[in-house]
Design a binder for this molecule. Structure first.
Ligand SMILES: *[C@@H]1O[C@H](CO)[C@@H](O)[C@H](O)[C@H]1NC(C)=O
Ligand SMILES: *[C@@H]1O[C@H](CO)[C@@H](O)[C@H](O)[C@H]1NC(C)=O
Length: 250
């Protein structure tokens, strides 16, 4: 279901299909990937490179899509999580009993990580944009297809191997207690490769309330190695965190 392919000097625009469960859908992707990545990671020049700009007027409603259902997100069993500064993101490893339903296969959770702006609150740090507009930050919750593959390394390069939830984050007035479960510990991992244990918490507290409206497309990991086999779900509803919380992650 590829609609159109055209290119100009600076970037490539590919039109694919995006699907929102209550909106009209089919969509456009403004590709913004770094041209240098592909020298070392050929997949980064792939035709499904994420992130994308969602052009809402080109999205198409798909009645076959169902709401996303987090499985076991609330069950941290009082086990701590590992918080890691990977150098370009902060990541929390997730236990394999957490998973995701609402897709044709069952997916198991691997990790979540945050993307944020480098230039302070006025420079949106989200990876996906909606009609050209970025949000302050973006949370990605990564899962692998545990019905078809034994582990995430095996799933990564395979068709339908990964499913990532994208949550766009906006600045608001109120402190978001869910996000504080991560933000309050960021000072422990200020430097690249630092990691620490943090108390387990309810991961569903990071999700928007409406899990039934989202943009769906076939894309890739947004950074090298850019494997092109990610089923993306970017929620329509944005999550709000306070301006003070935005400053702490910027
Ligand atoms: C993942 O699964 C593959 C295939 O069964 C296996 O060869 C590999 O050792 C596993 N990797 C890890 C990290 O468990
Ligand atoms: C993603 O690719 C699968 C085939 O692997 C296709 O059935 C599905 O419609 C595609 N989804 C979108 C949103 O384009």
């Amino acid at each position: 279901m590829i609609f159109l392919l055209c290119s100009n000097l600076s970037s490539l625009y590919v039109i694919i299909i995006i699907i929102i469960t209550t909106y009209l859908t089919a969509f456009t992707l403004g590709l913004t990937h770094s041209s240098q990545w592909s020298e070392h990671f050929p997949d980064c020049a792939g035709s499904s490179q994420s992130p994308v700009d969602v052009v809402t007027s080109l999205t198409k409603y798909d009645p076959s899509l169902t709401p996303m259902t987090p499985l076991g997100y609330s069950q941290h069993n009082h086990q701590p999580f590992t918080l890691l500064n990977s150098g370009h993101t902060v990541m929390v490893s997730l236990p394999g009993w957490m998973g995701l339903g609402g897709l044709p296969w069952l997916f198991s959770a691997v990790q979540l990580h945050l993307h944020w702006g480098s230039g302070g609150p006025s420079h949106g740090g989200s990876e996906h944009t909606i009609d050209g507009l970025s949000s302050e930050a973006e949370l990605h919750i990564v899962h692998y297809n545990s019905e078809l593959f034994p582990n995430v390394s095996a799933a990564m390069r395979q068709k339908n191997g990964l499913a990532v939830l994208g949550i766009l984050i906006e600045a608001g007035d109120e402190t978001n207690p869910g996000f504080n479960n991560i933000i309050r510990y960021l000072s422990r991992v200020r430097h690249a490769e630092q990691e620490d244990l943090i108390p387990g918490f309810d991961i569903s507290s990071l999700l928007p309330k409406d899990l039934g409206r989202y943009y769906r497309y076939n894309g890739s990991l947004t950074t090298p190695p850019c494997y092109q086999e990610v089923i993306w779900t970017v929620f329509y509803e944005k999550v709000k965190i306070s301006k003070a919380q935005v400053r702490q992650i910027s």
